[in-house]
Write a protein that binds this ligand. Structure first.
Ligand code: PEP
Length: 253
């Protein structure tokens, strides 16, 4: 779809901090230059944002987007250990991953908290990549669409304020880091459903919002997923730590 430039984002999670971040960011910058029709984003840990920014926007001058993996919804204050949207921007980030399933599952993030973060990110002109997805138990109980709908509805009004600014990532929890990938057809069904929800807010929102798939995306399964009409890119965890493999996923887009 011409209104939606394919987007490939690498979530490094709690890996490749400090020194390791620089060669990896530099390799991603080179790959992004080869495939300029694709928007490429990397999300290093907080402590590597500045180093990655130096690699991406210094001499290399790439247009790779730099994302953080989380943020606090308030702008400043007594929140020891937390980071605000403004601080992320100062570190060179222009995007932020919000509501990742690891945040929801391991750190107790609720739909309501994720929605607050989405609102704060947009207010600070930081583009949110908001993650949704069902657990294995929910999938087996036939609740996939219900769960995803609840999660999307929580932040829909925030996204609708600026159509095309925010991105959604559908990441079935059972597929994250497990090597089990959703079939292109199953993923497409959920993506189409999410697009339908966006359309309930506005047709424009539905037509311009990128919906990424995430969950064990690798070089060899990317093409099948990315060829689906409502899959506009991928959020890649494990495979984004290998520059050659990540380059192949960018190529597939
Ligand atoms: C993720 O954490 O966003 C993810 C999709 O991980 P992986 O690609 O390793 O499954």
């Amino acid at each position: 779809n011409s209104a939606r430039r394919p987007l490939i984002a690498g979530n490094w999670k709690m890996n490749a901090g400090g020194q390791e971040a620089m060669p990896l960011a530099a390799a991603v910058a080179r790959a992004a230059k080869e495939f300029s029709k694709v928007e490429v984003v990397v999300a290093p840990p907080y402590t590597a944002l500045a180093a990655a920014a130096h690699e991406l926007f210094g001499e290399n001058k790439s247009d790779v987007g730099l994302a953080a993996q989380n943020m606090h919804p308030e702008t400043s204050g007594a929140f020891t250990g937390e980071i605000s949207a403004g601080m992320l921007k100062e570190s060179g980030a222009s995007l932020v991953i919000l509501g990742h399933s690891e945040r929801r599952q391991l750190f107790g993030e609720t739909d309501e908290l994720v929605a607050r973060k989405v609102g704060s990110a947009i207010a600070a002109e930081l583009r949110p990549i908001v993650c949704v997805g069902e657990t294995l138990e929910e999938r087996e109980a036939g609740k996939t669409l219900e769960v995803v709908e609840r999660q999307v509805r929580a932040f829909l009004d925030e996204l609708a304020k600026q159509p095309g600014f925010g991105v959604i990532a559908y990441e079935p929890v059972w597929a994250i880091g497990t090597g089990r990938v959703a079939s292109p057809e199953d993923a497409q069904k959920v993506h189409a459903n999410i697009r339908g929800l966006l359309a309930s807010a506005s047709i424009e929102l539905a037509s311009v919002t990128r919906i990424l798939y995430g969950g064990s995306v690798k070089a060899d399964n990317a093409e099948g997923l990315l060829s689906q009409p409502d899959i506009d890119g991928a959020l890649v965890g494990g495979a984004s730590l290998d520059a050659a493999g990540f380059r192949k996923i960018i190529e597939a887009a």
